[in-house]
Design a protein around this ligand. Structure first.
Ligand SMILES: [Zn+2]
Length: 251
């Protein structure tokens, strides 16, 4: 183990970009939260260069991005069940304020492939903005529904966040769905089976899996270590930790 390391590798040995995290306070059953300042400090501690962040109230993520330009990148978290969603997303995207669209079918209570999502998907696809979709919770955010959404919009680039999350059957479905549908990418935060990151890399594609933390729901140390022990070699880990997301986001 390298000196000063926060995992098997030293903190600066493999560059890291966090493809999925949240700023702000999440109450109710979640009971977690982090400020933009807190996140930037933790990122420095763990050698993480950039993070893609979102929050249900977009002003929180946009403020974080403003405070840490080039480090924190805001997604537009849109609730498609609200009639104003498409217009609001068009405004945010049109002003160049957001790096992509975030959909959270679990929190906002709609199925991932519901028709209410379509106007947002059309807008994201037209602007080539990636769509990050929470996965892993029935009945709203299952891999099969996200697959149907991606198939409905083949020009949209869909990231299946958590790649099935905590359920082995959903994790397998995430890999199988992404293998079958070329406009799906996988992100591995909060996904407990370390071996599945390697499996996704080998079976879905070396360019189609990203590392993420889902801070503050999970901890950087745990999320980093789980990917480090996935069984991938050093150059493969570089793809997962930073190379793939850098290319995907066009940074
Ligand atoms: Zn999340």
């Amino acid at each position: 183990m390298a000196a000063g390391g926060r995992g098997l590798y030293g903190r600066d040995e493999i560059r890291k970009i966090d493809a999925h995290a949240h700023v702000g306070e999440f109450g109710s059953w979640c009971g977690v939260g982090i400020t933009a300042e807190g996140m930037a400090a933790e990122m420095a501690l763990y050698g993480i260069e950039r993070a893609i962040v979102s929050y249900p109230d977009n002003r929180v993520a946009l403020d974080a991005q403003k405070s840490f330009p080039g480090t924190l990148h805001a997604l537009a978290w849109m609730n498609p069940t609200l009639p104003s969603a498409a217009d609001e997303f068009r405004r945010l995207a049109g002003e160049g304020l957001v790096a992509g669209l975030k959909l959270h079918p679990l929190f906002d209570a709609y199925t991932a492939n519901d028709e209410c999502v379509f106007p947002l998907m059309e807008e994201a696809a037209a602007r080539d903005l990636p769509v990050f979709v929470h996965s892993g919770h029935p009945p709203f955010s299952l891999p099969w529904s996200i697959g149907q959404l991606a198939e409905e919009f083949p020009k949209a680039r869909v990231v299946m966040v958590h790649m099935g999350h905590g359920h082995g059957v959903y994790i397998q479905a995430a890999i199988d769905t992404a293998r079958r549908i070329p406009n799906i990418w996988l992100e591995n935060s909060g996904m407990p089976m370390h071996t599945k990151t390697r499996e996704a890399y080998l079976r879905v594609g070396s360019g189609r899996i990203f590392w993420g933390s889902d801070v503050p729901f999970h901890h950087y140390a745990v999320e980093i270590l789980r990917t480090e022990v996935s069984g991938l070699g050093r150059s493969q880990l570089e793809d997962v930790f930073h190379g793939n997301i850098t290319r995907f986001m066009g940074w």
